[in-house]
Design a protein around this ligand. Structure first.
Ligand SMILES: Cc1cc2nc3c(=O)[nH]c(=O)nc-3n(C[C@H](O)[C@H](O)[C@H](O)COP(=O)(O)OP(=O)(O)OC[C@H]3O[C@@H](n4cnc5c(N)ncnc54)[C@H](O)[C@@H]3O)c2cc1C
Length: 418
C-alpha cells in the first residue's frame, strides 16, 4: 500500500467477498470513510476465487421468486447487468431453489465498479496480518501489502474474511469447524473447456468412467453420482463439482496438501472423461481454483448465535437487521447435502447481536462468520445473505450508538429488505 494513501478510516473492512462488499457499501452509504482490504488481486470471495458460480439467498424457497435481499446486494446486481450479465432468478432443476448464475469475470468488474462508485478505498494484494488493540477495542490493522507492511487506524472494523482471519489475529475466541469440531471437506469446482457444441451430457457414462477409474486411480472419487455440473453462462465451458478433500485442520501444510491433491485429481478426472465419454474427446481442464473452496473454517464468538429453532420457525424480531431465507443446507455426508426449509413466512431475522463480537466493542462480523449454530450456519453462509449481513454490519459499524431496530430503519432507508 502506498504511503500516499490516507491511513485513518471510520470503518475498515477486511475481506472483499460478498460480505465485505456489502459491509463497505453499507458503511459508505452511511457517510463513513471506508477502506476494504483484500488479499487477492480481485473482489468476489468464493465466487471468483473458488468458482462458486451462483448467488444463493437472494430469494426465498417457493414456486415464485420472492426477494429476501436487496440494498447493497441489489446495487451489485444492477452493476452486474451493466457489464452484460443476466442477474435474473433461475430455478435450479436439481433443488428447486432460486439462484442467480454468475460469470466470474463479470462479477470482478461489477464489484470494482460498485465500490468505486461509492467512494470506497480498495486495497488489493493486501492481507490483514495483525492488529493493535487497547482493552475491548481494536485500534488498527497491520496490512502486508505489495510494498511491505502498513498500519491503518480505524474507529470500527468488520471481519468479512470468511475464515475469521481478522478475529484470529485480534485474539478473539474461535470455534474451529462445527460444534463437534468436525471440519467439512473442502470442495473444488473445476472448469472444463473443449466440449462438443450442443453436447447432451450422458450422466451414466460419467458415472461409469469414474467408477472404472476408482478401481486403480490415484484419487478415488467420493461423489458416486457424477457430481454437479452446469454450463457456465456465456461460454461453452462446463462447471463441475466432483472433488471433495477432507481437511484435518486449518494449517498451511494441510491447505497446501489439499491444493496439490485437487490439481492432480482434476487433471486425472478430465483425462478420464476425454478418453471414455462421448463429446469429451477434446475436453481440457480450463481452470481450477484459484483456490479450493472451504464452506466452514472458524466461527468467532458473537453476542448472539442464530439457532436452528430461530431459522426453522422463521423467527422475526425487533432487532432483526437481515433475512436468512436459504434453506439450511447441511453437508454432513460428502456430496449429499440435505435441505431444511426456513419456517414462518419463509425467512428468519438475523439479529444485530449476531454481527457483533462478544469480546470486542468495535468489531463486527459479516457473511459466513456471523453468530450461528450448525443448522443456522447452513443458511446464513450463502452469498446473497452475506451481502445482507455484511451491509448490516457496515451500517452498524458506521453508527455504533444505534440499536438493532434503528440499524434496521437505516437499512430500510437504503432500500434493504429487513
Ligand atoms: C464448494 C462450495 C460451494 C458453495 N456453493 C454456494 C453456492 O452455490 N451459492 C452460494 O451463495 N454460496 C455457496 N457457498 C458458500 C459461499 O461461497 C460462502 O459461504 C460465501 O462466499 C461467504 O461469503 P463471505 O463474503 O463471508 O466470504 P468469502 O467469499 O470467503 O470472502 C472472504 C474474502 O476475504 C478475503 N480474505 C481472507 N482473509 C483475508 C485477510 N487476512 N486479509 C484480507 N483479505 C482476506 C478472501 O480472499 C475473500 O475474498 C459454497 C461454498 C463452497 C466452498
Amino acid at each position: 500500500m502506498s504511503r500516499k494513501v490516507e491511513s485513518r478510516y471510520d470503518v475498515i473492512v477486511a475481506g472483499g467477498g460478498a460480505a465485505g462488499v456489502g459491509a463497505a457499501l453499507g458503511a459508505a452509504r452511511s457517510g463513513a470513510k471506508v477502506c476494504l482490504i483484500e488479499k487477492y488481486g480481485f473482489l468476489g470471495g468464493a465466487a471468483t476465487h473458488s468458482q462458486v458460480l451462483a448467488y444463493c439467498g437472494f430469494y426465498q424457497q417457493g414456486e415464485q421468486p420472492v426477494r429476501a435481499v436487496a440494498g447493497a446486494g441489489e446495487l451489485v446486481l444492477v452493476e452486474m447487468r451493466r457489464v452484460g450479465m443476466d442477474g435474473k432468478p433461475f430455478r435450479s432443476p436439481t433443488t428447486g431453489n432460486w439462484i442467480i448464475l454468475l460469470e466470474p469475470e463479470g462479477v470482478k468488474l461489477a464489484l470494482d465498479r460498485v465500490l468505486a462508485n461509492h467512494g470506497v478505498d480498495v486495497f488489493l494484494h493486501s492481507r490483514v496480518a495483525a492488529v493493535t488493540r487497547t482493552g475491548r477495542e481494536l485500534e488498527s490493522v497491520v496490512v502486508a501489502g505489495m510494498d511491505g507492511r502498513d498500519r491503518i487506524v480505524g474507529e470500527a472494523f468488520v471481519d468479512a474474511t470468511g475464515d475469521a482471519n481478522l478475529s484470529l489475529v485480534a485474539g478473539v475466541s474461535l470455534q474451529t469447524g462445527n460444534e463437534a469440531g468436525f471440519l467439512n471437506a473442502a470442495s473444488a469446482p473445476i472448469r472444463i473447456g473443449g466440449l462438443a457444441p450442443n453436447l447432451k451430457i450422458d450422466r451414466q457414462a460419467i458415472i461409469d468412467a469414474l467408477a472404472a477409474y476408482n478401481i486403480s486411480g490415484l484419487h478415488p472419487v467420493t461423489r458416486k453420482d457424477g457430481g454437479i455440473y452446469t454450463q457456465i453462462p456465456g461460454s461453452g465451458d462446463l462447471w463441475w463439482m466432483i472433488i471433495d478433500l477432507p481437511m484435518k485442520d486449518l494449517t498451511s501444510e494441510t491447505y497446501s496438501h489439499a491444493e496439490r491433491t485437487m490439481r492432480s485429481a482434476a487433471h486425472d478426472y478430465v483425462s478420464v472423461l476425454s478418453k471414455s465419454v462421448d463429446g469429451f474427446q477434446d475436453a481440457y481442464l480450463a481452470q481450477t481454483g484459484p483456490q479450493i473452496g472451504i464452506r466452514e473454517s472458524r466461527h468467532p464468538k458473537a453476542r448472539y448465535h442464530l439457532t436452528s429453532d430461530d431459522l426453522l420457525t422463521g423467527r422475526l424480531r425487533e432487532d432483526g437487521v437481515a433475512r436468512a431465507a436459504w434453506p439450511a443446507e447441511i453437508h454432513a455426508e460428502t456430496g449429499n447435502p440435505v435441505y431444511h426449509s426456513v419456517g414462518g413466512k419463509g425467512y428468519a431475522h438475523i439479529p444485530l447481536d449476531a454481527l457483533k463480537a462478544a469480546e470486542l466493542d468495535n468489531l463486527y462480523f459479516g457473511g459466513r462468520i456471523i453468530g450461528a449454530d450448525d443448522t443456522a450456519f447452513g443458511s446464513i453462509r450463502v452469498m446473497g445473505t452475506a451481502f445482507a449481513s455484511g451491509e448490516a454490519a457496515g451500517v452498524a459499524a458506521a453508527n455504533p450508538s444505534l440499536d438493532g431496530a434503528a440499524v434496521a430503519d437505516l437499512l430500510k432507508s437504503m432500500d434493504a429488505i429487513v
